[in-house]
Design a binder for this molecule. Structure first.
Ligand code: HEC
Length: 164
């Protein structure tokens, strides 16, 4: 009889502990929910990024959007850029939902959103890639050559084109 009571108490405590855990997980899902939709790329995307100095805003991408340049930008975006590849934040498909996305406020830019990205001058993108966006997790990529930054910009811009 005593054994049955002890077993009963054990089962009871296991059930209550798992229920409590279940409740904790439900209460702290650590999910980012915006506009009621989880993991939907936002477009248009709210943007409070500092505007680049005038001399940058006038800059135009000097490289042609050749396959070679876009491919070089693609390689940097997905693998080679340091301190880390753009992909981990901006996502494999450029929609801003990379694997680190849930850790980041504000969210990484969604390059597939033409409404937000197309009006930005080349020089604005250049300045942010080189210097980072202060007060956000967007790092400065100081060790990239100018050509590499322009190659990245050709690659980033292809995400908002319909036929990419
Ligand atoms: C650790 C995460 C992280 C990595 C890695 C990262 N970004 Fe970002 N990026 C962000 C965040 C967050 C923002 C949003 C910043 C803001 O709202 O001002 C952003 C914004 C941008 C913007 C928007 C600039 C603007 O004026 O709106 C560009 C362009 C950009 N990133 C390019 C890149 C490129 C190219 C790489 C790789 C070479 C890269 N990012 C790597 C997090 C990251």
């Amino acid at each position: 009889m005593k054994r049955i009571i002890i077993l009963g108490l054990f089962i009871f405590s296991v059930i209550t502990t798992s229920l409590a855990w279940g409740w904790t997980l439900v209460a702290h899902p650590e999910k980012k929910v915006e506009g009621g939709l989880e993991f939907e790329p936002l477009c248009p995307q709210a943007r409070k990024t500092v505007t680049a100095p005038e001399k940058f805003l006038k800059m135009k991408n000097p490289l042609p959007p050749s396959h070679e340049n876009i491919f070089a930008g693609q390689t940097l975006f997905h693998f080679d850029s340091q301190p880390g590849p753009c992909r981990v934040c901006h996502g494999i498909s450029g929609n801003g939902l990379g694997i680190l996305f849930r850790e980041l406020t504000p969210s990484p830019r969604n390059f597939t959103c033409s409404q937000t990205i197309d009006p930005l001058p080349d020089g604005q993108l250049f300045w942010v890639i080189r210097n980072g966006s202060s007060g956000t997790e967007m790092p400065a990529f100081k060790n990239l050559g100018d050509d590499q930054v322009w190659q990245l910009i050709h690659y980033i811009r292809h995400f908002s084109k319909e036929d990419h």
